[in-house]
Design a protein around this ligand. Structure first.
Ligand SMILES: Nc1nc2c(ncn2[C@@H]2O[C@H](COP(=O)(O)OP(=O)(O)OP(=O)(O)O)[C@@H](O)[C@H]2O)c(=O)[nH]1
Length: 214
């Protein structure tokens, strides 16, 4: 994944010295990706984070804790560092607190396929995220977890796919307990969404910045 510009390279008609601070910010901010994992209590947020970070599944977690991790992964043959916030949620809220939404660049929105309640809250929460971010588009990947519990399923895959299409985001059913590959794919998909979104936003700023200098 190539960077659109490197320090010193002019992005418009500005002189290299005036552009450098801007480009340095652009390059660093493109590289800093922050992901928050949101979902109602018990959907498997911690299990998904730990599975992604350690490739292991651990059955039980400290429900009271909210953990932030810094990790590096390989995306399209490039090393990408990002921060991962495993949010804490109680029965009612979805973990989408102001500070979390301001901090994050993108969101893994998790429900459990064994709990319709955790699925039904997704659309309103996505709208809340967009309002709080004051953005028409917020990078999101919709994840239906616990797909291994076929006997307890309450939400089918087609419903998840339809909701994701309505929300304009990617969708994956995964199982933190059985399948590390799809869990990694879900995080990588969101990472790419965020980087592409930031790049598009930066391109817009480049145009504005270039116009200012002309
Ligand atoms: N069968 C199965 N169980 C899972 C899966 N993912 C999580 N669990 C179990 O579901 C329960 C809740 O998982 P957590 O990761 O603690 O869920 P959470 O969303 O972090 O919960 P809070 O911390 O309360 O917000 C635990 O008993 C996990 O072992 C899965 O893919 N399959």
């Amino acid at each position: 994944m190539s960077n659109p510009g490197s320090p010193g390279e002019s992005q418009g008609s500005g002189s290299p010295s005036t552009l450098k601070p801007y480009l340095r910010r652009k390059k660093s901010s493109l590289g800093e990706t922050k992901i928050a994992v949101l979902g109602m209590a018990g959907v498997g947020k911690s299990a998904l984070c730990v599975r992604f970070l350690t490739k292991r599944f651990i059955g039980e977690y400290d429900q009271a804790s909210e953990n932030k991790y810094k990790c590096t992964t390989i995306l399209d043959a490039e090393s990408v560092t990002f921060e991962l916030l495993d949010t804490r949620s109680n029965n009612e809220d979805f973990g989408a607190r102001d500070d979390v939404v301001r901090w994050a660049d993108g969101f893994l929105m998790v429900y459990s396929v064994t709990s319709r309640k955790t699925f039904d809250v997704i659309p309103d929460t996505k709208r809340k995220l967009e309002e709080m971010k004051k953005a028409a588009h917020v990078p999101v990947v919709l994840v239906g977890n616990k797909a291994d519990l076929a006997h307890a399923r309450q939400v089918n895959q087609e419903e998840g796919a339809r909701l994701a299409a309505d929300m304009g985001c990617c969708f994956m059913e995964v199982s933190a307990s059985e399948d590390v590959t799809r869990v990694v794919d879900a995080f990588h998909t969101l990472c790419k969404e965020i980087i592409d979104y930031k790049r598009r936003s930066r391109t817009f700023l480049d145009r504005v910045f270039g116009l200012k200098k002309s």
